[in-house]
Design a protein around this ligand. Structure first.
Ligand SMILES: Nc1ncnc2c1ncn2[C@@H]1O[C@H](COP(=O)(O)OP(=O)(O)OP(=O)(O)O)[C@@H](O)[C@H]1O
Ligand SMILES: [Mg+2]
Length: 224
């Protein structure tokens, strides 16, 4: 069964002359163990796709199914729970909390989601893989863009989600770090049966992907 499925999804913003069709009849499926790239120019609808797929916003029409459940039909409480338990986000703006150190970002996750997070050994390994072990006492403002990006990836993965949705997760990374992060995403998918969906402009990530989709004017085409 597909872990994530979108059927005939449309998302419109605004009304009348100001209406924008950001997602135009999207059909999409991702299975466990897969790394999927979503590519395409600015304004194509990539971030909209990710936020609708992750139930941060509802589609105007069509179905979004996570583990076979249509998220339009579940209550707001269930929807919150689904996001908390199953879905990890790395948003375009990293969304680290500015007044918390890196270590405290994980503590925040622990307060909100009390069980099912990585254990200490697994977190330690993750921080080492991302090269941020020595940065845990720092505040986001003291980190470079690439370090913030890796901290945001670590925070999303710490909650051990079934589905990881990441918006431009390598935008600030140099080639070496892109390879580390690409390999990490691939290992997560293969070794832990996760679904990893990455919005990216970065052709360096293509070698880690099972499938690649191109978005253009709200439409999605499968390339691989
Ligand atoms: N909250 C919003 N209200 C109105 N229009 C929006 C909103 N968010 C996005 N749009 C419009 O929807 C379209 C798709 O935007 P989206 O952010 O999904 O593009 P994107 O592919 O992520 O672009 P980028 O690569 O620049 O991040 C654009 O035309 C955008 O202007
Ligand atoms: Mg975007």
């Amino acid at each position: 069964m597909a872990v994530l499925e979108l059927k005939n999804v449309q998302k419109k913003y605004g009304t009348g002359a100001a209406e924008v069709v950001a997602l135009d009849q999207i059909n999409f499926k991702a299975n466990e163990g897969e790394v999927v790239l979503i590519m395409g120019p600015s304004g194509a609808g990539k971030s909209t796709f990710l936020t609708v797929a992750g139930s941060l916003q509802k589609p105007s029409s069509g179905q979004v199914k996570v583990d076979g459940k249509n998220i339009a039909e579940i209550s707001p409480a269930e929807s919150n729970n689904l996001r908390l338990q199953e879905i990890g986000f790395v948003l375009q703006s990293y969304n680290l909390v500015p007044f918390l150190t890196v270590e405290e970002q994980f503590e925040l996750v622990r307060r909100v989601k009390k069980t099912g997070n990585l254990n200490d050994a697994a977190l330690k390994k993750l921080l080492a893989q991302l090269g941020i072990t020595n940065l845990v006492d720092k505040y986001p403002s003291a980190l470079s863009g690439g370090q913030q990006q890796r901290a945001a990836i670590a925070r999303a993965l710490y909650a051990n989600p079934e589905i990881l949705l990441a918006d431009e997760p390598t935008a600030s990374l140099d080639s070496k770090n892109v390879d580390e992060v690409g390999q990490l995403f691939k290992d997560l998918a293969k070794d832990y049966n996760k679904v990893v969906i990455l919005v990216t402009h970065d052709p360096r990530l293509e070698q880690y992907a099972d499938h690649i989709y191109e978005m253009m004017d709200g439409k999605m085409t499968k390339k691989r």
